[in-house]
Design a binder for this molecule. Structure first.
Ligand SMILES: *Cc1c(COP(=O)(O)O)cnc(C)c1O
Length: 397
């Protein structure tokens, strides 16, 4: 049968209702352990002779349905679900590196991924270097003999710069380096890094995949079964698997991902146009902006511009914070991808762990605001921003 469109796969993939007594939606297997009919069945499950379920830290049917769906959506051979995005990031790195190895990372990453890289360096002897990756030469300059992994985010959080995945893959292939892409900002609907040649794609499912601000979860999809098999014992022994209930919520969230993403993107385009024309706003960073310096990359690898916008204002840190305080509907909160529009101040919130000097190198300034455009009517989002701008003490230019 012809491969289904993503809108259809989000709803049906990896689940066959006839295997579950006709239940239309995937059942929730809320159990810690699984019983064996005989001791011999137990022996065979542990030896791998039979592949029945044993214990939910190793695997669970509800979690497995989600993994199957995600593997197909991201065009990989296997997926592993985790209790948080950071469990997905850390388990991925733990399964790929050992003491003495080196990681190359995009200049600009999620704050806790930055914290993890620091910990790996200070306590486990794994070095890292950041790289813009805008040209192949820049990459060759930082790659070392012991570089095992190139870890990238695109769009980069919070600056919304983009990295050309195919360009990075071309260099990595020559050097036999694994490429991992954190695809959280796009969700599988907007960008599929495995189809662009990378080896592992991961998500904080807390964001667009869940979509309703009620789950903390992560997912890894591997291009090959071998990569996933190497990760399984690490997940088992570090213990970061997703709970069955969270998998159930995510299966529910995925069903509406396509329609949600379309609206997130449409709303973000309207908010972008408003910000772009407002005198208080200095610069707006949005991958859907046709004047964005990386727009050609956006066209090449993203379906649309996404729902996250970063912008700077003509003002100090205090004045920037004041804008947030004047908002009435838009909520001040970290996280993104929820139905509610969320706004935050990266320099003092999500990226406060990054030292000031490095923040500057990454382009994170005190007058920068990051916004996750929600699913409210765009007119109401713009109205709220407009009244907050009007009420600040920032000198109008
Ligand atoms: C939120 C986020 C993470 C971490 O995910 P959690 O679910 O909060 O652990 C990792 N990467 C990116 C890009 C994120 O936005």
């Amino acid at each position: 049968m012809k491969k289904k469109q993503i809108e259809t796969m989000l709803i049906h993939e990896g689940y066959e209702s006839s295997e579950y007594q006709g239940s239309l939606t995937p059942p929730l297997f809320q159990t810690s352990t699984f019983t064996f009919p005989t001791a011999q069945h137990g022996e065979q499950s542990f030896s791998g002779e039979s592949n029945g379920y044993i214990y939910s830290r190793l695997g669970n049917p509800t979690v497995h349905i989600l993994e199957e769906r995600m593997a197909t959506l991201e065009e990989g051979e296997a997926a592993l679900a985790f209790g948080s995005g950071m469990a997905a990031v850390s388990t991925t790195l733990f399964s790929l590196i050992r003491a003495g190895d080196h990681i190359v990372c995009s200049k600009g990453i999620y704050g806790c991924t930055f914290g993890l890289l620091e910990m790996l360096e200070n306590r486990f002897g794994v070095q890292h270097d950041f790289c813009n990756m805008s040209t192949e030469e820049e990459l060759y300059e930082v790659i070392q003999e012991n570089t095992k992994v190139i870890f990238i985010e695109t769009p980069i959080n919070p600056t919304m710069k983009l990295i050309d995945i195919e360009k990075v893959v071309a260099v990595a292939k020559k050097k036999n380096i694994i490429v991992v892409v954190d695809n959280t900002f796009c969700s599988p609907y907007l960008q599929n890094p495995l189809s662009l040649g990378c080896d592992i794609v991961l998500h904080s499912a807390t964001k667009y995949i869940g979509g309703h601000g009620d789950v903390i979860a992560g997912i890894v999809v591997c291009k090959t079964k071998e990569l996933a098999d190497a990760m399984l014992p690490v997940r088992k022994d570090t213990g970061g698997i997703m709970s069955p209930f969270d998998a159930w919520l995510l299966l529910r969230g995925l069903k509406t991902l396509a329609v949600r993403m379309e609206r997130h993107c449409d709303n973000a385009e309207k908010v972008f146009a408003f910000l772009h024309s407002h005198p208080i706003v200095k610069e707006v960073y949005y991958p859907g902006d046709s004047n964005h310096p990386d727009y050609y990359i956006s066209k090449k690898q993203m379906r649309k511009g996404g729902g996250v916008i970063a912008f700077t204002v003509h003002g100090s840190k205090e004045e920037t914070q004041e804008i947030l305080n004047h908002l009435k509907m838009i909520k001040i909160a970290v996280s993104l991808g929820d139905t509610e529009t969320l706004i935050q101040h990266p320099a003092t919130m999500t990226h406060s762990v990054v030292p000031k000097k490095l923040q500057q190198k990454m382009g994170i300034t005190d007058n920068m605001i990051r916004m996750s455009v929600g699913l409210e009517a765009w007119e109401d989002i713009v109205d709220d921003l407009q009244q907050a701008f009007a009420n600040t003490t920032i000198q109008k230019i």
